[in-house]
Unconditional design. Structure first.
Length: 320
């Protein structure tokens, strides 16, 4: 799957000071501007889950026409009506990838390997579909994924032991609820317990998430305040990523609504700062992510490491 382009330079909303907090530059356009403290962040949406396939199937077969109640649910919730507990029970609670999703992850793996991308750390939501996408799609993680067949894992071990494999010690894989999907009333918005996930993903750190999915029970993000709540969490996620000491090249594996909120925090710069940051239409950053889609950004703090004050690359930009 080709890398989606997020061209140009984007600035995060200003604080009370004159200087914006963060700027984002398209990694496809070149290196980050010198003098800024930056991380290269690969934003990755999970591959197709069983819930994605199910809601599309239900809509295609027009199952909502069953009666007045289902028609009303379809009118209120869109195609996600099929994922309500009152409609399909708990069938799509923390759903796994479909066969199509696994193939999408394999294409992502080939893409990353072809581009010779090697992450210092992988940050993921604590959901099966994001963790499966990371382990199937990121070459550094594939050798140790217990979801692979036993013979593939054995072959990978033999290749690694005899120095015939590209597998190296995997990077840190850390989960956080900051990267989870919008918390609504659909069962796919809930996750398994840490005790259920840990045996499937033994190399993953769940140190920053509680055993039970407390946010799903008590911190809904749908309704009139959905937009502001999602934007606020996306900003906290950026602050968290930028404060982490794990390296400067990281993968962030998350969900469609969350990634839309995160990229929506930025808007294009109207003036050309450098060849690495050409102006583009604001819609480029607001496009929805497809399953297993990857977009790479340099996210930078706007304080200059060399001189006091705001870096000129940020000062010349407009903000939200």
């Amino acid at each position: 799957m080709p890398l989606s382009l997020v061209a140009g330079a984007f600035l995060l909303a200003r604080t009370d000071s004159e200087c914006p907090r963060f700027a984002a530059f398209a990694a496809t356009k070149g290196p980050a501007p010198e003098g800024l403290r930056c991380k290269t962040v690969h934003l990755i949406r999970h591959a197709e889950g069983t819930h994605n396939a199910a809601e599309l199937m239900a809509d295609r077969r027009r199952l909502f026409e069953k009666n007045d109640e289902t028609r009303a649910l379809r009118e209120e919730h869109g195609i996600a009506w099929y994922l309500l507990e009152k409609v399909t029970g708990l069938k799509y609670w923390d759903p796994p990838l479909t066969a199509t999703g696994r193939r999408q992850s394999h294409r992502l793996r080939r893409e990353l390997r072809s581009a010779n991308v090697s992450f210092d750390a992988v940050y993921s939501s604590p959901f099966r579909r994001t963790l499966q996408t990371a382990h199937l799609g990121i070459p550094q993680l594939e050798c140790d994924y217990l979801g692979r067949s036993w013979w593939k894992r054995a072959a990978a071990w033999v290749r690694r032991e005899f120095l015939l494999s590209e597998c190296a010690p995997p990077p840190l894989v850390l989960t956080t609820d900051l990267l989870r999907e919008r918390i609504a009333n659909y069962t796919c918005d809930a996750r398994s317990t840490v005790s259920q996930l840990s045996p499937q993903f033994p190399g993953v750190s769940f140190s920053e998430v509680p055993e039970q999915d407390l946010p799903f029970l008590a911190a809904k993000e749908h309704g009139p305040k959905e937009h502001s709540l999602m934007r606020a969490r996306a900003l906290r996620a950026i602050e968290w990523v930028m404060a982490r000491p794990d390296g400067k090249l990281v993968a962030l594996v998350a969900h469609g609504h969350f990634l839309l909120a995160l990229t929506g925090l930025f808007q294009p710069q109207q003036r050309r700062v450098s060849e690495a940051a050409a102006p583009v239409n604001a819609a480029a950053a607001a496009l929805r992510f497809a399953n297993a889609e990857r977009r790479a950004l340099h996210i930078c703090k706007c304080e200059n490491d060399v001189q006091a004050g705001c870096d000129p690359a940020c000062e010349r930009a407009i903000t939200l």
